[in-house]
Design a protein around this ligand. Structure first.
Ligand code: DAH
Length: 339
């Protein structure tokens, strides 16, 4: 028995020396002092010993157990301290190192210009309306005085979803939607995406943006149209900007006009940006056609109105001197980060 105990004592010592982590320590504890441990077995067998042997062996076994416990405790603290030190060394923070900045995003140039245009019109008392990009033929064409075989349909070739449903080719259908729902006075802009079956080049894209404007009230005249739009371009391009109106034709306005502004690049003298003309076309406009008012249940004998349609991409290209429309849609950060 005594020999067995001495054997355990020296075995424990060598094993403890090579124990490198907490797990190894725990295994040693279980091996000797667990329920089925070797030392536990010896202590359990004490009853079989003679009276004389019992106290001697008992004392020895206890001494070994206490030693074992003490050494395991000591070893535990040593291992914990070493682990802590290792962690500290690994996790040292150099507070003098420059921080990692996350990349700051920006609004797309088209969004920036759109926001600016909304801000200008809201300042003049307009509210903002939103409507569907997938639109009925009735709203996109018919109610705007563009019947089935009207040649204006050719210049706005669209994507048909069904015979009577199209991707809207213009934001003008919003005029109808607003007038159907709201009684005059109406002062609204309707910005959004429009679609045309056009091939992509430097000035064309099958998807682009327009901002529709509509004012309907008693006694609205062409003078209101001109004043409002002149005010708009001066806010956007600067006080010195001049506007001129050229007669034009749109089926849903009468009379109709296109508005040019003095070239933002040369101020009107003529340069490569305005192709020597001094003027640049920026929008279509006109007095709302009486038929269109009537289509929406508004009496053209009582009310009159004006409407306009602005192409966002063209305005943004002018504002930032961009010569290729495709740049807006390519999402190249070298381009986008300049705004
Ligand atoms: N919808 C026209 C187009 O896409 C633009 C336009 C012209 C809108 C005159 C108007 C307007 O509201 O009065 O070409």
């Amino acid at each position: 028995m005594k020999e067995k105990l001495e054997q355990i004592r020296s075995a424990v010592e060598t094993e403890l020396k090579s124990a490198a982590d907490m797990e190894a320590l725990e295994n040693i504890r279980i091996k000797y002092m667990g329920k089925k441990g070797e030392l536990t077995a010896v202590l359990k067998g004490m009853g079989k010993l003679s009276k004389e042997e019992r106290p001697v062996i008992g004392a020895l076994a206890n001494e070994i157990r206490q030693n074992l416990e003490k050494e395991i405790e000591e070893k535990k603290s040593a291992i914990m301290a070493a682990e802590e030190e290792k962690r500290l060394a690994e996790e040292t923070i150099d507070v003098t190192m420059p921080g990692k900045r996350s990349i700051e995003g920006k609004l797309h140039p088209l969004t920036q210009v759109m926001d600016e245009i909304k801000r200008i019109f809201m300042g003049m008392g307009f509210s903002i309306a939103d409507g569907p990009e997938v639109e009925y033929d009735y709203y996109n064409f018919e109610a705007l005085n563009i019947p089935k075989n009207h040649p204006a349909r050719d210049t706005q070739d669209t994507f048909y979803i069904e015979d009577n449903i199209v991707l809207r080719t213009q934001t003008s259908p919003m005029q109808i939607r607003v007038m159907e729902k709201t009684k005059p006075p109406i002062r609204v802009i309707a910005p959004g995406k429009v679609y045309r079956s056009d091939t992509v080049d430097a000035t064309h894209s099958p998807v682009f943006h327009q901002i529709e404007g509509l004012v309907v009230d008693k006694g609205v005249t062409m003078a209101d149209l001109k004043g409002t739009l002149e005010m708009f371009v001066k806010s956007l391009y600067g006080e010195n900007t001049r506007a001129r109106f050229r007669p034009h034709h749109f089926p849903f306005t009468e009379p109709s006009a296109e508005m040019d502004i003095s070239c933002w690049s040369c101020g009107g003298k003529g340069c490569s940006v305005c192709k020597g003309e001094g003027w640049i076309e920026v929008l279509g406009c006109g007095m709302v056609h009486p038929k269109v008012l009537a289509n929406c249940g508004i009496d053209p004998e009582v009310y009159s109105g004006f409407a306009f349609g602005i192409g966002l991409e063209r305005i943004a290209m002018g504002k930032y001197d961009i010569n290729d429309l495709r740049l807006f849609f390519e999402n190249d950060l070298r381009f986008l980060s300049q705004f």
